[in-house]
Design a protein around this ligand. Structure first.
Ligand SMILES: O=C(O)CCC(=O)C(=O)O
Length: 200
């Protein structure tokens, strides 16, 4: 059984390279590629170097990097993955950001998932499909870097105080790599720390 790992300053990580079987991961990747193409968002005039899609409970609102979304419910296939991720991580989630990295030149820069509506110590769970990529955590103050080579069908959960003290990224690579799709699950809370109310 994969075990939680404590990292500096109260962060916690769970990595399960065998979260999905090879057959499940292959089938799910093919389904994602055909059913959820994703779109390239633009932030402050700059196209993001990856494609995205967003899913959440019906009516749930979420904003990040100046982009705003309102959820419209779950496709059954995504709801099933969510249930498995919840069981493995011991957390409930109500939203999913899909990141599609078409080549090694697609990436996400160092950032934290620290939007106020995620609460004090959010858990963020990522299921990866397709080509292996480095998922790199860097401590904000110490010269400490943790690199996970996240593979096809793996699960990585960041919890505890990870979002306070650690940045994370999927850097560009010059290796010839195929596509990678990540499903990143979050729990969006309302102002009082309760699941956010629906948009009227
Ligand atoms: O693709 C990944 O594994 C990381 C995505 C990420 O950092 C994010 O969606 O905030």
């Amino acid at each position: 059984m994969p075990e939680w790992r404590d990292i500096r300053d109260g962060g916690r990580l769970l990595y399960d390279p065998g979260f999905c079987t090879r057959e499940e991961a292959d089938a799910f990747l093919a389904w994602l590629q055909s059913e959820i193409p994703g779109r390239q968002e633009t932030v402050r005039g700059n196209p993001l170097p990856r494609l995205n899609a967003w899913f959440a409970d019906d009516g749930l609102r979420y904003s990040y990097s100046g982009l705003s979304h309102v959820g419209s419910g779950w496709l059954p296939e995504l709801a099933e993955v969510k249930r498995h991720v919840e069981a493995a991580s011991g957390t409930t989630f109500n939203s999913l950001l899909l990141n599609r990295y078409r080549t090694g030149q697609d990436s996400i820069g160092y950032h934290t998932d620290a939007e106020p509506e995620l609460g004090e110590n959010p858990a963020v769970a990522t299921v990866s499909f397709g080509s292996e990529r480095d998922f790199v955590l860097r401590h904000r103050k110490k010269r400490e870097v943790l690199t996970y080579r996240v593979g096809h069908g793996s699960l990585l959960v960041m919890a505890g105080t990870s979002q306070h003290h650690w940045l994370h990224s999927v850097p560009k690579t010059d290796e010839v790599v195929g596509e990678r799709i990540s499903l990143t699950f979050r729990l969006i809370l309302g102002a009082e720390g309760a699941p956010s109310s629906k948009v009227s």
